[in-house]
Write a protein that binds this ligand. Structure first.
Ligand code: SF4
Length: 372
């Protein structure tokens, strides 16, 4: 089948970086005034340095579009880490196979304990997260986990190793509704510098995962770049191109974009292209203006102040009360965590902060709310 790799083959990283840098304020104003759907060239203008003088206008348009499509709501979800086993070596991750940390994969009983605790805090949408070790966590394990937790939650999403079309269909039948798979960076020639060993080092296998998810009929596909690796502006233009390609090809599927910025973790990797909060806000607003229907998700990697201040301006989904270690909700020993979070408020505190801004916290995924 043709995949996004065919599109990527004719894209050049340096040319796109130059095209972004050459955008003018005129290009930005044209994108902001567009009445019809924006194209990737408009998106380039919105993420360009030229757009930094139009941030107020971008925020205002992003707020208006978000309000029109999603109303005054913020959907809350919580990750449950099922396993920190991993055979890959990603230089930026605490779970990397080369890190000598204790490893753990939850049993069925441990999963239920974690699930019942977070359900008691109000969550009905859970994101199951694992490292990538198909010997410890294979598709049978994942299908069993979804079947086990389905009676507890209204929505189950997954962030696990890339799988085949047939495996995704099994997960769909078991009750999974969304899968998030982040390319980390679209800069193909340096991808291997960050992903040294293991299946994740195979760029194409990961890149073509959203195509396999679309083929399998997954209801929602989540995309993202790990911010801090390569230039965020150029990576985001590749991601926007990927998104448009997927939206056209798998038009029944919903899409989501997340904004993971690198956080402290076990290991010595330092981000070479950090992004400021102001630049992150610009990126969020650019995606909202580019695609008013897109779900935009912000995790507890970001501070409470930033998450509160961006509410209503584009973001639709927020994680809350997160732990990034398997068994992290039912233990006080967090030595197994993937990275340290930046917003450590409880679920109730996040919900109160949302209400204080005049928004309604919603504990189920948006689709489930529409169906109920
Ligand atoms: S980012 Fe994922 S695949 Fe890479 S080392 Fe961490 S858990 Fe493993």
């Amino acid at each position: 089948m043709s995949t996004f790799q065919n599109v990527l083959d004719v894209m050049d990283w340096d040319q796109i970086s130059q095209a972004i840098a050459s955008k003018t304020i005129h290009d930005v104003d044209r994108a902001l005034g567009r009445r019809s759907q924006l194209d990737v060239d408009d998106f380039m203008a919105l993420v360009s340095p030229a757009a930094t003088t139009r941030l107020e206008a971008m925020a205002s348009l992003s707020r208006e579009l978000t309000m029109r499509r999603f109303g005054k709501t913020a959907q809350l979800y919580i990750p449950i880490y099922l396993s920190n086993e991993c055979t890959n070596q990603c230089v930026y991750c605490g779970f990397s196979a080369e890190n000598e940390i204790a490893r753990k994969t939850l049993t069925a009983n441990e999963m239920i304990q974690e699930a019942e605790l977070v359900r008691s805090w109000g969550f009905e949408h859970v994101l199951l997260v694992t490292g990538e070790d198909a010997r410890q966590v294979d598709v049978d394990y994942l299908v069993s986990a979804v079947e086990l937790l389905r009676p507890i939650f209204a929505q189950i999403s997954l962030e696990v190793q890339p799988l085949s079309v047939a495996d995704y269909q099994r997960l769909l039948v078991a009750g999974a509704t969304a899968v998030y798979v982040y390319q980390e960076t679209y800069h193909q020639s340096v991808y291997k510098n960050y992903h040294k060993k293991g299946k994740k080092a195979i760029f194409d296998w990961r890149l073509e995962t959203p195509d396999r998810l679309g083929e399998a009929g997954m209801r929602k596909i989540g995309l993202g770049c790990l911010i801090g690796l390569e230039d965020w502006r150029t990576d985001s233009v590749f991601l926007a191109t990927h998104l448009r390609y997927l939206e056209k090809k798998y038009w029944r599927t919903r899409f989501s974009v997340a904004f993971p910025r690198l956080r402290p973790h076990t290991g010595e990797f330092e981000p070479k292209n950090p992004q400021s909060e102001k630049e992150l806000a610009q990126l969020i607003w650019a995606y909202r203006i580019f695609d008013p229907d897109l779900e935009l998700s912000l995790s507890t990697r970001e501070s409470a102040d930033f998450r509160d201040s961006i509410l209503g301006l584009g973001i639709t989904h927020l994680s809350a009360a997160s732990r990034t270690d398997p068994g992290g909700y039912t233990t006080t020993d967090h030595s197994l965590e993937q990275f340290s979070i930046n917003d450590d408020r409880s679920a109730n505190e996040v919900a109160q902060a949302i209400r204080a801004k005049g928004y309604e916290p919603v504990w189920k995924d948006w689709d489930a709310v529409l169906e109920s």
